[in-house]
Design a binder for this molecule. Structure first.
Ligand code: SF4
Length: 327
């Protein structure tokens, strides 16, 4: 609610305060806009395709007019893994010289001119995706240029007054471009699914949806818990498989070719595994030390065992979610 109220305040009066901040921080050759002379086009249309087309038209018209324009919540499309993803920046400003600037309005404070670095970094990554999507539209618009500096607007100190700073997103842009080119195309993933698989809630039952979700390979890691709605589902599937990914990516990396908890325990107990493999050797030493410590033969052993923190023990110690198995 605070964020929405702050955004409404920043955009009030046709964006007068927002454009003043933009002209102040990103001043160009042209004079700052005069209140009332900024066009705020209506971007409403039916469906995401309609809104995207309406936004592109408004951007073209504003650029051709050579005047200030404020696009409030435009809708942009970006191809991600072969499918369109729709993105909605807080605002895009078109300047008389044809430059387009992304504006991000956040409710975290800017104290003494600087804000929390991690939050600014997240806002920069988000804005970089908007810039990428805008560049697709600008490529088809004569005289348009997308700024690689975005305007971040936040509450000033502990007040509700807006202040702004300029964030250069060139680094985030190159990272995002690289990541997008490396994504597996959705068509390639869909080709591996059984005929008739659908995720459409209107066309399948709960059981069908569950089996459809199960048909897609997932790479669960504890980090998913804070980022994805499917985290509990994927975690229980990973636990059922005994996948070591559920213990964390660093543990997964240390266990090399051993991909399940069963394989790790088997190697540790000497039932399987190449003794010359350093991971297997470390696991066996861990198992020996642990057995000796638990037997209580020598308290010094128990102390050593704890100090050495072997791979298997660290797996459990580090795992945000326990696999529910011994060891
Ligand atoms: S929880 Fe989400 S991000 Fe993680 S593996 Fe599952 S679907 Fe992928």
């Amino acid at each position: 609610m605070r964020g929405n109220a702050f955004e409404a305040k920043v955009k009030a009066d046709g964006g007068t305060e927002l454009l003043r901040l933009l002209a102040d921080r990103l001043g160009g050759q042209e004079p700052p806009p005069v209140p009332g002379e900024v066009s705020v086009p209506d971007l409403s249309a039916a469906g995401p395709e309609g809104r995207t087309a309406r936004t592109a038209l408004a951007l073209r018209e504003a650029t051709a007019a050579g005047a200030w324009a404020l696009l409030d919540h435009p809708l942009l499309a970006l191809e991600v893994a072969g499918s369109p993803a729709y993105l909605e920046p807080d605002a895009v400003v078109v300047r008389p010289d044809g430059r387009w600037t992304v504006v991000e309005i956040k409710s975290f404070p800017m104290i003494d001119g600087s804000a929390d670095a991690s939050k600014v970094g997240a806002a920069a990554r988000q804005a970089a995706v908007y810039v990428l999507a805008l560049e697709r539209v600008a490529a088809r618009t004569e005289g348009a240029e997308v700024g690689h500096q975005v305007l971040l607007v936040c509450p000033k100190d502990f007040s509700n007054l807006p202040t702004a700073s300029v964030v250069d997103v060139r680094k985030q842009l190159s990272v995002t471009r690289r990541q997008l080119t490396r994504l597996t195309r959705i068509e390639d993933i869909a080709d591996t699914l059984p005929e008739g698989t659908t995720f459409d809630l209107d066309r399948c039952s709960g059981a069908q949806l569950t089996s459809a979700v199960d048909a897609v390979t997932a790479a669960y890691a504890p980090e998913c818990l804070s980022a994805c709605e499917l985290a509990f589902h994927c975690r229980s599937r990973a636990r059922e498989r005994g996948a070591v990914e559920a213990l964390g990516r660093s543990v997964r990396g240390e266990l090399g070719a051993l991909t399940t908890v069963t394989a790790v325990l088997s190697a540790a107990h000497g039932d399987t595994g190449d003794p010359d493999d350093p991971t297997v050797a470390a696991l066996r030493r861990a198992a020996t030390l642990r057995a000796e410590a638990l037997a209580g033969a020598d308290p010094a052993f128990a102390e050593r065992t704890m100090a050495e923190q072997t791979v298997a023990d660290r797996a459990v110690a580090n795992g945000a979610d326990r696999p529910g198995t011994e060891g």
